[in-house]
Design a protein around this ligand. Sequence first.
Ligand SMILES: NC(=O)c1ccc[n+]([C@@H]2O[C@H](COP(=O)([O-])OP(=O)(O)OC[C@H]3O[C@@H](n4cnc5c(N)ncnc54)[C@H](O)[C@@H]3O)[C@@H](O)[C@H]2O)c1
Length: 243
Amino acid sequence: MTRLQGKVAVVTGAARGLGAAIATRLCEEGAAVMLTDILDGEETSQRLRDAGHQAAFTVMDVAKRDAWKPVLSDTASRFGGIDILVNNAGVYRPATIETIDLDDLIDVYGINLFGPMLGMQAVIPYMRERGGGSIINIASNATDFIFPETISYGSSKAALANMTKAVAVHCGRQGYRIRANSIHPGPHATAMMGTDSPLVQRIPLGRMGTPEELAATVVYLASDDAAFVTATELFVDGGLIAA
Ligand SMILES: NC(=O)c1ccc[n+]([C@@H]2O[C@H](COP(=O)([O-])OP(=O)(O)OC[C@H]3O[C@@H](n4cnc5c(N)ncnc54)[C@H](O)[C@@H]3O)[C@@H](O)[C@H]2O)c1
């Protein structure tokens, strides 16, 4: 399992949940990983180093426009460059059109949409220096699976998927060899989703996904196995969106 030997990755929201599983699997595939979060991710990072992997943790709020540059610069000088960015940090705040508060919407967009935009903008020069790279944005199947309460979350993720494609087309046309794709998970057992979901009975595969299964799709998009895959939406939801 060394499909990412010599690669360097930055993963946001990596202190727990899907982000921690993604960082772990990227390390297991040979990548050096910078974990970032607003929560303390040092324990996860230490566990990875104890297992012989190259990993570091730094506190970073993805929504803060000045936060990205120092973190990417530190990552590049520590590990020699940056090849992979996984924009995983995200928040879910339930609200309908009748209950939504504009400040709350701006907050959700700040984390789920503006943060990834800042990250993609800041990482492109590093990836160009390496002759290419892979940007993976964790969206949600809420882009297409609509509930009244997902007005802010779903619209932020739908915009993220659209933005990902604009970045992919731009980078492709510029000849940067930088790919950009979005992953659209269905229910996975994490702090955000809990260990049970009312949606489970509607999932054709009959269960929630595991963080490890989601991490495997990140590795695919990060690796050369996906060399011709860009501007795509990859649904990892046990078939829920089709059912
Ligand atoms: N778990 C699911 O079923 C599911 C389904 C669809 C999409 N997703 C998406 O997957 C991603 C990970 O979700 P999860 O289930 O692991 O959630 P989680 O709440 O367990 O983890 C999210 C992480 O993001 C971090 N975070 C929040 N705001 C941040 C900020 N401003 N800056 C940096 N980090 C921040 C949190 O501290 C946390 O560690 C999210 O983008 C989420 O929308 C999850």
